[in-house]
Design a protein around this ligand. Structure first.
Ligand code: MG
Length: 292
């Protein structure tokens, strides 16, 4: 654990590439394909640059739209299309990391993470290093077995370096899957009882143990719908505005984040783009913005 010694307003400048993945084939409610635009409109690039970072926008990964495609099996309707997108996206992640840039991925639904994690894990695997994964989400949709084989290696992340934070909506089958996967889970109850700071410090320690660092996958539905109404699947009882910022600030303090991802912003059900605005604010906190 690295205690923060940075004085106020000092941010270590990073080279960042923003990558949009407007995928909404992984879920039934439509609209998260507009997430990347909504987050760009909320000023992501300019506000990161104002913080001292160098940002380039890598555009969007091309994605099939539902209307073009025939549905497959009801439980994984567009698996072929999702896999094709994730493979392209994973290759772009590798190129981005090879060029020394930190990727910020804008979803899209959470299935984009299969591509993100595959790409980051593969880049570090080529250097004989492992990565950790912090999955911050109301749900436990971390396990999509059909997508686990992207880039033909698995597991992408060892279970002991994989941490789920903020879960509050989980069915019996998912509970069993999570237990069997052997990954660490901090539920909203853990956050209520032990506080965000303790939970995040533990989560980062687990993800960071023996790894090059970790990928942060942030599903905006983790935040309470009070502050983030425009998400794929809103569930009450989420993190407060300040808890969410604190979690991101602690991530920035530790300085070991390899890549960052915001998913499930849905402008169709949002209120004047406030969920995308919050997504930008949280990204700024994760990239070093401090109150003082
Ligand atoms: Mg999710």
């Amino acid at each position: 654990m690295t205690p923060t010694t940075a004085s106020f307003s000092s941010v270590i400048p990073k080279k960042i590439r923003v990558i949009g993945v407007p995928l909404d084939l992984g879920q039934s409610r439509r609209g998260v394909d507009m997430g990347p635009s909504a987050v760009r409109v909320a000023g992501l690039e300019a506000r990161l640059e104002a913080l001292g970072h160098m940002v380039e926008d890598g555009g969007n990964v091309s994605v099939a739209i539902a209307e073009q495609k025939k549905e497959g099996h009801p439980h994984a309707k567009y698996l072929k299309e999702i896999t094709a997108t994730c493979v392209k996206h994973a290759e772009l992640m590798i190129k981005t990391l090879e060029s020394g840039k930190v990727p910020i991925v804008l979803g899209g639904d959470h299935s984009v993470a299969a591509g993100t994690v595959a790409g980051v894990a593969e880049f570090y695997r080529r250097q004989n290093q492992k990565i950790g994964l912090i999955w911050i989400d109301a749900h436990s949709d971390i396990n999509t077995p059909e997508l686990a084989n992207i880039l033909n290696f698995s597991p992408k992340v060892s279970p002991e370096n994989c941490v789920l934070v903020g879960v509050r909506d989980i069915d019996a089958v998912e509970k069993e899957n999570v237990r069997q996967a052997g990954i660490e889970v901090f539920t909203m109850r853990d956050i209520d009882e032990r506080g965000m700071r303790t939970v995040m410090e533990e989560a980062l320690r687990m993800a960071g143990r023996g790894t090059a660092g970790y990928h942060i996958s942030l599903d905006m539905d983790w935040v309470d719908p009070e502050d983030a109404p425009g998400v794929g699947t809103p569930v009450r009882g989420g993190a407060t505005y300040r808890e969410a910022h604190l979690a991101m600030e602690i991530i920035a303090d530790h300085g070991r984040m390899l890549s960052f991802e915001i998913v499930e912003v849905n402008p169709v059900i949002d209120e004047h783009n406030r969920t995308a605005e919050l997504a930008v604010e949280l990204t700024l906190s994760a990239f070093g913005k401090k109150i003082l």
